[in-house]
Every structure is written in structure tokens, then in C-alpha cells.
Design a protein around this ligand. Sequence first.
Ligand code: PXG
Length: 289
Amino acid sequence: MKIYINGKFYDKKDAKISVFDHGLLYGDGVFEGIRSYNRLVFKLKEHIDRLFESAHSIMLAIPLTKEQLIKATLLTLKENNLKDAYVRLVVTRGEGDLGLDPRKCKGCATIVIIADKVALYPEKLYKEGLKIVTVPTIRNLPEALNPQIKSLNYLNNILAKIEALNAGCDEAIMLDSLGYVAECTGDNIFIAKQSHLYTPPQCMGTLRGITRDTVLEIARKNKIPVHEHVLTRHEVYISDECFLTGTAAEIIPVVEVDGRIIGSGKPGKFTLNLTKKFKELTTREGVKY
Ligand code: PXG
């Protein structure tokens, strides 16, 4: 495996950054998780745009242009000769001292690109669906650390994941501060009810997922009415279908929430149909390398 760090490639065992890097010391940085399918990088521009938006919001100057970062990503994929890959793009504030002050990071930001094999949920879970649970840890408040910023500080989501695992479940539903459904720890959430599709709006403490936007686009093209609407747990419990979306998971069915069986207790027809259409899109759309 060859890992890109600030313009150079390193073997995995030599790919190291400083212990004074503020990405390690404070989670001060941003990231993206991107997928390629058969040598086509899916929604690359959208991921790069979101990375730059996250960086802009935290006043982190990425020392490459978008075009240069796209080139570096494609080069990393080529270098690793991966047909289907999961790419992690990480930009940290860089090396500083033991204080918070980002001005002490005198050098450049650190850019790391890792292209690895895709680690999916087991196939069984796609066939049978996930059991998920609402957890006590709420999603970060937008006015504290906005979930739109894909920052390196994922403790909020990791705590929720721990709570879900402790409850014997695969994933967590995180609520916002008002008690509405926000999202899961690394996925957005959708429900289907009477042939309409619903997902929480991004302003409610939800990351505007690129897979989420793709699913909304597919649904609109197929004349499925979609609503970006606040959801309560009750609406999730009484939905006909529920599924999660994310770059890593793609579209994964949910069949049980907080002990309530969803719909028929099996992945439903909207979920399966959208999954099929999503897969078709990933095989034909993307940036070649
Ligand atoms: N919500 C959150 C909180 C996320 O972190 C999504 C939704 C889905 O967004 P996309 O753009 O991927 O459709 C994410 C995605 C991983 C991993 O390795 C994935 C994510 C974050 C951390 C790890 O599976 N992000």
C-alpha cells in the first residue's frame, strides 16, 4: 500500500506524521471518505467541494487547489492499482506545539490520502437489514460544532456508536437537541411511508450526505415524492421502510428500531429498488483513473 503525505508516497510502515500534528492533538482538521467503483471515482467533485467547505468554515487553508487535490487522489488510486476502493482524504492543521492556537502550526497543513480495499457491512446485513437503537448522546449542536463540517473530531459519533454496540445493535439513531431524528453515526437516515420518501433536513444537525443527495436525486427522477422534513422517532417506528445511506454503507435496510419491527420486518421494495438504481449509477458515473 502506498500512502500519499504532502506530495510524496510512502509505504504503509513508513507513512507517519508528527505527534505534534494538531490533527492528532486536537482533532483539528477535516476529512472525506470517497468510493471508487471499477476505476471510476463516484461523486469526486462533490466530495472535494465538501472538503473545501469544511476547511473554509474552520479557517484551514488547504495548500492545494481543488484540481491539484483531485489529481493527487487519482494518482493515489493508480499507484495502489485498486479497482474498487475506499479513499480517505485527511487534511489537518499541521504540526504545531502543545497549545490550541492554530497560528502555532507554522508549516503547511498535512494532507494524507489513503486508498484501501472497501470494508463493507457483511452481506447478510444487506439481505436481512439492521437493528438500530436511539442513543442518549445527541448529535452536536449546529451552533457548537456544525455537523456539516466533516471534522476529524468524531467523538460525538463514536460515543453514540459505543452506546449502540452496548445495546447489542449495529447502529445508533442520534437525535438533535429538540429530540428530532438527526442521523446515524456515519450515515443519513430515510423512511418510506405510503410511497413517499422522507429524510431529515440538513439544517437540523445532519450532515448533508452525498449518498443522501444521490438517493434524493434518483427518487425525484423516478417520480417518487421526497420530503426533507423533521422526523420524530414515532414516524420512524410506523414507517413502511427505513434505510441508511453513506459512502461506505451505500444503502442499507433497517428492519428494527428501538425494538419495534419496521414494516414487514424485511427490506422493502423502495429500499431494494433505490439500491438497484444506485448501483447502476455507480457503475456508469464517475471520474476515471
Ligand atoms: N452522516 C455522518 C455523520 C457521516 O459521517 C454520512 C452521514 C454519510 O455521508 P456521505 O457523504 O458519505 O453519503 C457520513 C459519512 C466510514 C466513515 O469510514 C464514513 C463517514 C464518517 C466516518 C467514517 O465509514 N461519513
